[in-house]
Write a protein that binds this ligand. Sequence first.
Ligand SMILES: CC(C)(COP(=O)(O)OP(=O)(O)OC[C@H]1O[C@@H](n2cnc3c(N)ncnc32)[C@H](O)[C@@H]1OP(=O)(O)O)[C@@H](O)C(=O)NCCC(=O)NCCSC(=O)CCC(=O)c1ccccc1C(=O)O
Length: 335
Amino acid sequence: MAGMTGKEFEAINRRMASLAGHLLPAQGGAATSIALSNCSSKFDDTYHRVHGEVPSHIPQWKPALDESGKEFIDIIYEKAVGEGIAKITINRPDRRNAFRPQTVKELMRAFNDARDDNSIGVIIFTGTGTKAFCSGGDQSFRGKEGYADYDSFGRLNVLDLQVQIRRLPKPVIAMVAGYAVGGGHVLHMVCDITIAADNAVFGQTGPKVGSFDAGFGASIMSRLVGPKRAREMWYLARFYNATEAEKMGLVNTVVPLERLEEETIKWCREIMRNSPMAIRLCKSAVNAADDGHLGLQQIGGDATLLFYGTDEGSEGKTAYLERRKPDFSKFPRLP
Ligand SMILES: CC(C)(COP(=O)(O)OP(=O)(O)OC[C@H]1O[C@@H](n2cnc3c(N)ncnc32)[C@H](O)[C@@H]1OP(=O)(O)O)[C@@H](O)C(=O)NCCC(=O)NCCSC(=O)CCC(=O)c1ccccc1C(=O)O
């Protein structure tokens, strides 16, 4: 430190403090979450002066359809006017937003549309009302072959929806009020971020009703809360309140129920300020190791996508189309 000016010393101190903030443990309990939830826009630094506060007013939601133009029955699909935010809502409140195969089919259509719409940068996934995000598979449709409604045989198509959310190259934020239990708990876990209202309740019910999710429901949970807690959640099938869930690392933040949508929108707008490609890569990077070959395939695909945008990538294609040898000599062989 010898020979250092006061200004330089201050700058190093600031860097260290901010680095310490970044290195806080992911499941550090209440103190951590207070630190993290304050980190959005309360700093008086150049970045925050340039970008200003992130607004949290509710946007104007406009009903949306997918390319089929078919009306949705079990869900509500909306896009915020003038903003890159989509909202997908399970709309079966009298069943605590339990899903049947039809619900899942519609959810997959809406998620697919939001993925394809390049004005959309972030997707909110939620349930109608304040009593439940989702209570899992609708048990009244459950038969020996899975869940059956629109045709005579059963299926577990929610597993395809889980994979779709995991691979979707845009952040999906679960906005949870009330119960997120059973297959509904798994759905919030596969989302990138969960924002919980203070009335939220989390837990698995499978072993109580003769079901279980030994796929993402076990593996992603174990990653989020650790294997001991994951076993507890599955073996005992207890419910946990929002504060407990936050301490366990199941949710990112807890807010008063009446502020749930405002806070979620604020997170969406904050994400929307950032580079879409950086976010896309961050999502595939965070999932890559856990997803094995599929994780590598996704992040590898992102690399190809980026490469197509370079002069080097274009030279190969152009040379092929012009029936000439490509000239790659002008591109550096970087160390
Ligand atoms: C969610 C509750 C704790 C809410 O309790 P409460 O507020 O007291 O409301 P209720 O009076 O119980 O419910 C109101 C009304 O809704 C009906 N209902 C609620 N949930 C369901 C449901 N899941 N299926 C069918 N119906 C439901 C309830 O019967 C009431 O109806 P009335 O006609 O008004 O009486 C509580 O409701 C509750 O515990 N619900 C059940 C939670 C549950 O056990 N869910 C199923 C878990 S199993 C599962 O989800 C598997 C899903 C799956 O497809 C799967 C399969 C294989 C691998 C993976 C998966 C996967 O990941 O999903």
